[in-house]
Design a protein around this ligand. Structure first.
Ligand code: 3EB
Length: 300
């Protein structure tokens, strides 16, 4: 079992007494539900350096938290990703969450922290999958978090997943250089059939068409474009009739909002979690993501 719990005052990851991997990013919550639970049964949980892992032979989940500072943003990101890749070798990545401290801050003489994070992550992808990076990139999100620890959470597994792009958005890994020296390393959605059920993950999704942010400063207009992009991705991943739809929304504190129309954003009923977090592009006021899950019927 993987649990992602918001509302902590300091980011940390740990193994619970019942053997669950628990990631607690230091982000305030607005919703009454503070955590998302990913029912990945069984497995043995272990500590390995910055990471905690739980492996049930079919799916592997992990979480890490590590201090990052002005001088070492790229190298700490690279170190965490190198360890992630070492542990998931022979498996496929399904979903990665990145919680980046001071995400929009710029240290003197440096790029913005998000761009430095992207550089560290992209370099690690290239080291692990030379010449084959893009096909390996799973659904992901990267948002701000309080404190000074970079938090990374990952779900991987044996079964080969399918990755999807949004035809109305430039693939993030081909964003032009103005968004940073190395583009973000993720797919818009990932779907996989595992022994623990069928999963689909829609990446952090915002008011972007092509590679441009739309409607700077207009929350309602950004919400409409975000809902449309989520709908496009739900259609792209196909006829999955999920028993569970988790909607996580990140609201930028500066948006002044504390609620959203979850049903409109998810395109139907969902379990909404509403988190306060800065978004990687400072003009974006919200970002949403989906986790869809269908248990496999007992007969194949
Ligand atoms: C975007 O569409 C908005 O860097 O991993 C969304 C999802 C975004 C993932 C990442 C960034 C990331 O580009 C930002």
């Amino acid at each position: 079992m993987l649990v992602i719990r918001f509302g902590a005052t300091e980011s940390r990851v740990h193994i619970s007494p019942s053997g669950e991997i628990v990631a607690e990013p230091a982000s305030p919550v607005f919703s009454s539900v503070w955590e998302e639970r990913f029912p990945i049964p069984g497995g043995v949980a272990t500590h390995e350096g910055d990471w905690v892992w739980c492996d049930n032979g079919d799916m592997l989940c992990g979480a890490a938290a590590a201090r990052v500072g002005e001088t070492d943003f790229e190298s700490v990101t690279g170190r965490l990703y190198d360890a992630l890749f070492a542990r998931t070798r022979g498996l496929h990545l399904y979903r990665v969450w990145n919680h980046v401290p001071a995400i929009n801050a710029v240290a003197p003489g440096r790029e913005e922290n998000y761009k430095r994070f992207c550089l560290g992550r992209a370099s690690a992808f290239e080291r692990e999958y030379p010449g084959d990076c893009e096909r390996r990139m799973p659904a992901a999100s990267a948002v701000g978090v309080g404190g000074d620890r970079l938090v990374i959470v990952v779900i991987a597994g044996r079964a080969k997943p399918e990755h999807f792009e949004n035809p109305e958005q430039t693939p993030a890994y081909r964003y032009p250089q103005k968004y940073g020296p190395k583009p973000p390393s993720f797919a818009r959605a990932t779907r996989v059939r595992t022994r623990c059920g069928e999963w689909a993950f829609v990446s952090g999704t915002a008011a972007i068409k092509g590679s441009d942010s739309l409607h700077a400063g207009d929350f309602d207009a950004q919400s409409r474009v975000t809902a449309e992009n989520l709908f496009i991705m739900r259609r792209a991943i196909g006829a999955l009739s999920p028993s569970t739809v988790l909607l996580r929304t990140y609201l930028k504190p500066a948006s002044g909002r504390v609620s959203v129309d979850a049903r409109a954003l998810a395109g139907g009923p969902c379990e909404p979690v509403l988190v306060s977090a800065d978004i990687c592009r400072s003009e974006l006021l919200l970002e949403c993501e989906l986790t869809l899950r269908t248990p496999l019927s007992s007969t194949p």
